[in-house]
Design a protein around this ligand. Structure first.
Ligand SMILES: [Zn+2]
Length: 168
């Protein structure tokens, strides 16, 4: 199975935080789950972490106690069925697209969100704090939508300034 080389390679891509999540620092899928290339195939990094620590999870899903998809800390992981996985993600709001509010974040808020992500605060917690979806937080932490948010913010600011000019 996995060689020592692969095991070393795997853990070298993990940012370990004391008393906090261990974050997968390389490529992630669209949901934020770490991806590890091994045997010409991509594997969920959290599954690999589980496998290396506790053994083969077989057909079961590896779930997160901390609800941080990019976390690979073995003691934050547990096994469940696919149904558990669905129930868990509904409970944790990963399927609540209809509740997504269109909140506009300021560049300062985006900076703070990045800092929280770096120290391993879960997307759920940050999303709740700022009233946005976990996807937004994921995009921000991965620097995908910073420009578009900044542009939107600037347009709004421009409109606001113009309306103020008119009044004065
Ligand atoms: Zn964790």
């Amino acid at each position: 199975m996995k060689t020592n080389n692969d095991i070393t390679r795997f853990w070298s891509k993990v940012q370990k935080h004391k008393n906090c999540c261990w974050i997968w620092a390389r490529c992630k899928d669209t949901k934020g789950y770490g991806q590890f290339r091994f045997n010409k195939r991509m594997w969920g990094a959290h599954r690999v972490a589980y496998y290396l620590t506790y053994g083969d999870p077989g057909s079961l899903c590896v779930l997160h106690k901390c609800d941080n998809p990019s976390c690979v800390r073995p003691d934050h992981l547990f096994l469940g069925s696919h149904t558990d996985n669905m129930q868990d993600s509904v409970k944790k709001g990963r399927h609540s697209h209809k509740h997504t509010k269109h909140t506009i974040l300021t560049p300062n808020q985006i900076q703070s969100i990045r800092k929280l992500c770096q120290c391993g605060t879960t997307y759920t917690e940050i999303a709740k704090k700022y009233g946005v979806s976990q996807n937004t937080i994921y995009n921000i932490s991965n620097r995908l939508s910073y420009r578009s948010i900044k542009e939107r913010w600037e347009k709004i600011k421009e409109k606001f300034d113009k309306s103020r000019e008119k009044k004065s």
